[in-house]
Design a protein around this ligand. Structure first.
Ligand code: HEM
Length: 499
């Protein structure tokens, strides 16, 4: 007996099934053709899921290779969303300046699971208001000033001895130090590395950052994301349990601040937020925009962005120093000339250290740690060059493609700081198409802080140590990609004291 004998189809049932399949395919064909007329051309994908199954974990590589076939601006379907990907500098420049590309997808990072948005997920006036408040409070606290620089330098002095013994997992050692800098701004204090609260916070945040992707399941298939989280499958679903743990810990910091609600000065971001919330309530602006849920989400966004990114950048910087010891010598020669080996480095030293700055720029380019920007959404119909972008299209800036474009960077795979030096080597040059922080009005608000941190950590480390790994280790520059691109196989590093 054949298997098919078990299934007895009546003729009308059979006709209905073929009719439905035909209708389904016809609908897919019509919507795809309609899309091609409204949007830039691009790959077809599959019904329902679109091109999503073809994106691997490192989606920026697939986005880049599609641009070779379909041009610098193309469209594709991801789930139910029309998506436009921008992969070249000429069009990205236009997109940065276009105010109709400042909004965010309607879906939140943890759509259907966490109901409050952080300001990184907000659109329109709510986003403007939160971004204004965040920058205002953080600036008042010394964000981007010498006061902040002093706090970072103090933190670095606490960090330096921790890498001097034996072989070191550099990322693991550095993370709690970098996250202490953002802790000062958010909570008003830093932590001892052994503090169980901070160990827990760093660990859970790190798990979120490894698993979460902006152009991932939650943005394009919220229902599947919710289901997979419930069932505990897919890597994105792992992020959810850890983000809840992070929020639980952050709530404890909020509770401590609320217990001191009588005090009048603003010592940190939580204080600033609570004061703004109270002022709005007094003015009867009793909206949900400044809620405790949003405060928790904003703290999570700042804490995640403030620790992961700088740590990943410095992890790449160390890998390339180990691979190119001659660059350590060059940076150390500048340290010897400008700072010496007794005084602590300060940020203004950078003005006389062109090679060091060029080295950091090249690390930002080749590391491209935020390879794909945080997704945007067109708030109205717009055009980028000759390409139409209809309202509600999701727009992705593939920053990776800009940083690997051979027309902008000869031999883009080669790590070469000299591309950021003037011809006589006396000045570091800033090239407009180095865009690790994205651009326009939604540019990363942490750019200033990140630049101070990367400079001070790098120079402090090289002032004290020579870095290497075991001679039999073969270095690999492969990356793993979650929230950021970080080295996939960083070997244990050895920091040898100088002098
Ligand atoms: C090397 C370090 C860093 C890099 C490469 C980086 C890169 C980026 C990029 C590419 C974006 C997306 C902008 C867009 O949507 O087009 C972004 C957004 C953001 N970054 Fe950073 N970032 C870094 C450090 C930081 C730090 C230290 C902080 C914290 C102070 C921070 C906080 C944020 C926040 C809150 C957003 C969302 C802004 C908004 O939606 O308005 N970042 N960052």
């Amino acid at each position: 007996m054949f298997l098919t004998d078990y299934f007895v189809f009546s003729q009308p049932l059979y006709s209905l099934a073929t009719g439905l399949i035909f209708l389904f395919e016809f609908n897919f064909l019509v919507t795809t053709i309609k899309r091609l007329f409204r949007l830039p051309s691009g790959p077809w994908g599959l019904p329902i899921v679109g091109y999503y199954p073809f994106l691997k974990d490192e989606s920026y590589l697939e986005f880049d290779s599609l641009s070779k076939k379909y041009g610098p601006v193309y469209s594709l379907k991801l789930g139910q969303h029309d998506v436009v990907v921008i992969c070249d500098w000429d069009h990205l420049k236009l997109a940065f300046a276009d105010e109709s590309l400042l909004d965010k997808p309607h879906e939140l990072f943890f759509e259907g699971l966490i109901k409050y948005p952080s300001f990184a997920e907000m659109s329109g006036e709510h986003w403007r208001s939160h971004r204004r408040l965040s920058l205002h409070v953080l600036r008042d606290l010394g964000f981007g000033t010498s006061k902040m620089e002093e706090a970072i330098s103090k933190e670095i002095q606490q960090f330096l001895p921790t890498i001097s013994e034996g072989k070191v997992d550099f990322f693991e050692k550095l993370l709690p130090s970098v996250s202490n800098n953002i802790s000062i701004l958010l909570f008003g204090h830093n932590f001892k590395y052994s503090d169980p609260f901070k160990v827990d916070l760093d660990h859970n945040m790190d798990r979120v950052n490894r698993a979460f992707q902006f152009a991932g399941l939650s943005a394009f298939f919220p229902w599947l994301f919710k289901l997979s989280t419930f069932l505990g499958i897919f890597r994105m679903s792992v992020a959810y349990s850890h983000v809840l743990a992070v929020e639980g810990l952050l709530q404890k910091e909020i509770d401590k601040h609320q217990a001191e609600s009588g005090k009048s000065e603003i010592d940190d971001y939580i204080d600033g937020y609570l004061v703004e919330q109270k002022n709005r309530q007094n003015k009867d602006e009793n909206d949900q925009v400044y809620s405790m849920g949003v405060l928790r989400r904003n703290l999570t966004a700042f804490f995640a962005a403030g620790s992961e990114t700088v740590t990943a950048t410095l992890a790449w910087a160390m890998m390339y120093l180990v691979y190119n010891p001659e660059y350590q010598d060059k940076i150390r020669a500048e340290i010897a000339e400008v700072i010496g080996f007794d005084r602590e480095p300060v940020y203004t030293d950078r003005n006389r250290m062109p090679f060091t700055m060029a080295y950091l720029n090249e690390t930002q380019r080749i590391g491209s740690i935020i390879a794909v920007n945080l997704l945007r959404r067109a708030s109205r119909d717009t055009k980028i060059g000759k390409y139409n972008i209809p309202k509600d299209t999701i727009v992705i800036f593939n920053l990776w493609s800009i940083h690997r474009d051979p027309k902008l960077w000869p031999e883009p795979e080669k790590f070469d700081p000299n591309r950021f030096l003037s011809e006589d080597g006396s000045k570091a040059v800033k090239l407009p198409y180095l865009v690790p922080f994205s651009g326009g009005k939604r540019i990363c608000p942490g750019e200033g802080l990140a630049n101070v941190e990367t400079f001070l950590y790098l120079v402090n480390i090289l002032q004290k140590y020579r870095v290497r790994c075991d001679p039999d280790v073969k270095l690999s520059f492969e990356a793993t990609f979650g929230v950021s691109r970080r080295p996939k196989h960083s070997p244990p590093l050895i920091f040898e004291k100088i002098g």
